[in-house]
Ligand binder design. Structure first.
Ligand code: G4P
Length: 193
């Protein structure tokens, strides 16, 4: 998505070969017009998948997921990073380890919001190792839903997440695919073709 790539080049900052700072439009301050365009693009890409719900992981996935849900005309469900380890009725949890933040959290869904027959589009802001996406997919399936697709705003394709998800059979669409990074340098897939 050219608009998003332009924004990353103009307003993002590659801190090193691993971490891209996008807090001025995605992770902290949010460019809602850009999110709207991102939502439209996800809706266009997944329009033939019979999506009934969009799910996302709090917090930075919420803005793009909400816009995708709006343009697909379906509800959005937030998978929470609950602090409590105590299971209550109807709650589905799975542990997710974040390599970037070096902590684990319990990804949590109230099962009643995803049901048998739901075709779910899972949307997230970043794809790195794929742990969050696999955790989200696991919960959606345990709730009875089907993962009809995974929509990612920015994927770091030099990290294993994209390959792992595709090898597991998921349809993954990423709007900005980064092939390589270094301090103040971002190279997208296809840049050298
Ligand atoms: P994974 O989910 O693909 O396995 O990746 P990882 O554990 O490495 O990522 C964990 C968190 O770090 C996620 O945020 C993810 O969005 C974020 N992250 C990963 N790589 C980058 C990056 O290059 N730049 C930025 N800005 N964030 C990155 P989170 O903990 O879910 O935070 P939030 O959604 O509450 O903001």
């Amino acid at each position: 998505m050219e608009l998003l790539k332009k924004k990353i080049l103009e307003c993002g900052k590659a801190l090193n070969s691993e971490v891209l700072l996008v807090d001025s439009f995605l992770n902290h301050q949010v460019d809602v017009e850009l999110m709207n365009e991102i939502g439209k693009e996800f809706a266009r890409l997944f329009k033939d998948e019979g999506i009934t719900k969009v799910a996302t992981i709090e917090s930075s996935g919420i803005a793009p997921a909400a816009m995708a849900a709006l343009h697909l005309g379906v509800p959005m469900v937030i998978l929470k990073k609950a602090k409590s380890m105590i299971l209550s009725d109807g709650v589905i949890q799975t542990e997710v380890f974040s390599f970037t933040k070096r902590t684990s959290y319990q990804l949590t869904l109230k099962g009643k919001f995803i049901n048998k027959g739901d075709r779910v589009l899972l949307v997230d802001d970043f794809l790195a190792q794929g742990e969050a996406a696999f955790g989200g997919a696991n919960i959606i399936k345990r709730a009875g839903g089907e993962v009809a697709g995974i929509g990612i705003v920015i994927s770091k394709n030099f990290q294993p997440g994209m390959d792992r998800l595709r090898r597991a059979g998921y349809r993954v669409e990423s709007l900005a695919q980064i092939a390589a990074m270094d301090e103040n340098v971002v190279e997208f897939e296809g840049d050298n073709e």
